[in-house]
Unconditional design. Structure first.
Length: 355
């Protein structure tokens, strides 16, 4: 194990202890930002070790679920601290995660992989299954609240929120069952098994367990640092007088850094199937685990949570799903598909800043 794989998470926790002890100012904020980025690289390394030990698609699920669980904890902690002021944070973060994953991460993977390997292949059955569940989840949780009539506004009533949370869990659980048990072969790389295992010897169980523990430590540090930097982001958003939805984008971007880097490394190594497993799996986990959790928090605090997107974001979401079905509908991709997704991602970022 390289020295930085455990040193950077340790330094991140030292920065957190300094902040908890009352440290403030630009120097501490800069140190927190540097520690966050370096710890992300450490998390990616440990995630790859665990993934190599358990194999696909279990390895990608470990990282996706771990990151999403901690992302949910971050959202819930911020919402509980100021429920009346953060009624839109869960929606903004979930939507930002979907756009970052489906356009930013997927676009970069397709562009980088296509530029390096000209054309890449993947299992079309697995991508289609993930996109079908993603379309159902996003429509149920981000669009349907705008058209229900029990209570006014882009929010669910209590019974509707409970139902949406249950359905989200059922859909995500069904996808995990198909991905890991019923049709696991849909999510495996295209190369034969003997070629898949010929690149490097799998780590021992002890090494994998140590990496799993350090992965958890690193991810907790990443999210804690992201939370500590959230007030700085909110202050910058107010000073720049841009949309408050930018806060959700920054939170989602910081939390998704480990998965994004892992997906890019897989695409560079001509393992596009692993990249898509990471990307689409994290988008599904983000919705499937976040919505039920914020539903419980909303009901417990008696504070409505805004979930419905405005017309601009609904349009971008519909365009993203439509283009994703086309670009991932043939089982082969080139740089063109990457350029298309990155163009949509650029539009998303631009109109988030200039709504």
């Amino acid at each position: 194990m390289p020295w930085w794989a455990w040193t950077w998470p340790a330094l991140a926790w030292l920065v957190l202890l300094l902040k908890f002890a009352g440290g403030a100012g630009a120097a501490v904020a800069a140190a927190a930002g540097i520690a966050l980025i370096t710890t992300v690289f450490s998390a990616v390394y440990h995630a790859e070790v665990v993934a190599h030990r358990v194999g696909e698609p279990f390895g990608t699920i470990v990282l996706a679920v771990a990151v999403t669980v901690i992302e949910v904890a971050l959202i819930v902690s911020v919402v509980i601290a100021a429920p009346a002021e953060k009624v839109e944070l869960a929606r903004d973060t979930v939507f930002a995660a979907v756009m970052i994953v489906c356009n930013g991460i997927v676009g970069l993977c397709l562009l980088w992989g296509g530029a390096r390997h000209r054309e890449q292949g993947f299992q079309i059955q697995g991508a289609s299954a993930a996109l079908a569940v993603l379309a159902a989840l996003t429509t149920l949780t981000l669009i349907l609240p705008n058209v229900v009539t029990t209570i006014p506004g882009p929010v669910f009533s209590t019974s509707q929120l409970v139902f949406a949370g249950i359905v989200s869990l059922v859909l995500y659980s069904g996808f995990i069952f198909v991905q890991t048990v019923r049709h696991r072969d849909y999510f495996l790389p295209l190369e034969p098994e003997h070629e898949r295992g010929a690149h490097a010897k799998p780590p021992t169980n002890r090494t994998a367990l140590v990496s799993f523990g350090l992965l958890f430590v690193a991810l907790v540090a990443v999210v804690a640092l992201a939370k500590s930097l959230t007030p700085v982001v909110e202050t910058a958003v107010r000073q720049l007088d841009v949309s408050k939805g930018l806060v959700g984008i920054v939170i989602a971007g910081m939390v998704l850094l480990p998965e994004g880097l892992a997906a890019l490394q897989a695409a560079r190594a001509n393992r596009l199937q692993t990249s898509l497993n990471l990307a689409l799996g994290s988008a599904l986990a983000s919705i499937g685990l976040t919505i039920p959790t914020v539903a419980v928090v909303s009901i417990a605090l008696h504070q409505p949570i805004t979930l419905g997107l405005d017309q601009k974001d609904q349009t971008l979401l519909a365009l993203t799903l439509f283009i994703s079905v086309i670009t991932l509908g043939t089982g082969r991709t080139t740089v063109l598909q990457g350029v298309i997704h990155l163009a949509i991602f650029a539009v998303f970022l631009f109109f988030a800043i200039v709504p």
